[in-house]
Design a protein around this ligand. Structure first.
Ligand SMILES: N[C@@H](CCC(=O)N[C@@H](CS)C(=O)NCC(=O)O)C(=O)O
Length: 209
């Protein structure tokens, strides 16, 4: 299996960590997002949405979207289970992953994409140009702060975000926190439970994948 990847980007990192936890080897094909390779004709053939990650199976089937790719990998190699062992656990993990996307990833992406110089005319991923809106960056930063507070409350007395085992929700939350750190939004000093959890999940060897 091949993974169209970019070492510096958050979304493919989620897949790399997920695969590392399962000890699944993926052939990585680097797509240089900084130079706009994802917008060129060759990559558009692979994903017309011009984003990574894309998983390419040995029969040529291509799967886009982090969650869909992880669902495939979960079925391809069920152990260790990262997306839930029972119907309730699967739903709870899926729910938390969606909350993390909506409240964390999209807020961070707004803050990042509407402020960094290199995305001046490319404030949304994809084939169309969009100008940056500074107010969205400002709103995004506030929302990231609220996201950190929300996660801190959730982690009070808990070892993991969604279930009583490590799951895709922990991967997603850790990656989003690291993404926010690239624009200098750190964890609040008083978010003790979030800090404890972050230290623990970051120390897993997969986090460097
Ligand atoms: N919803 C997509 C999001 C993928 C995405 O936003 N990827 C970013 C990297 S984190 C990308 O490829 N950006 C290309 C660009 O900005 O042109 C998923 O879950 O896979």
């Amino acid at each position: 299996m091949k993974l169209y990847d970019c070492a510096a980007a958050s979304s493919p990192r989620r897949v790399r960590i997920f695969a590392a936890e399962k000890n699944i080897a993926l052939e990585k094909i680097a797509v240089d997002l900084a130079s706009g390779e994802q917008l060129g004709a060759d990559f558009r053939e692979i994903n017309p949405d011009c984003v990574v990650p894309v998983l390419e199976l040995d029969d040529g089937t291509r799967i886009c979207e982090v969650f869909a790719i992880c669902q495939y990998l979960e079925e391809f190699k069920p152990q260790p289970v990262l997306m839930g062992r029972t119907p309730v656990e699967r739903a709870t993990i899926s729910m938390w992953n969606a909350k993390i996307d909506q409240q964390g990833f999209f807020a961070t992406a707004d803050a990042y994409r509407n402020s960094v110089k290199w995305l001046k005319n490319h404030a949304l991923p994809g084939p169309h140009e969009f100008d940056q809106i500074p107010e969205l960056a400002e709103r995004g930063r506030k929302r990231v702060g609220l996201f950190h507070e929300m996660l801190n409350r959730r982690l009070e007395g808990r070892e993991f975000v969604a279930a009583n085992v490590y799951s895709i929700a922990d991967i997603s939350a850790m990656v989003v926190i690291d993404f926010a750190a690239t624009i200098k939004i750190g964890l609040p000093d008083d978010a003790v439970d979030l800090g404890r959890w972050y230290e623990q999940v970051s120390s897993r060897s997969s986090s460097g994948a």
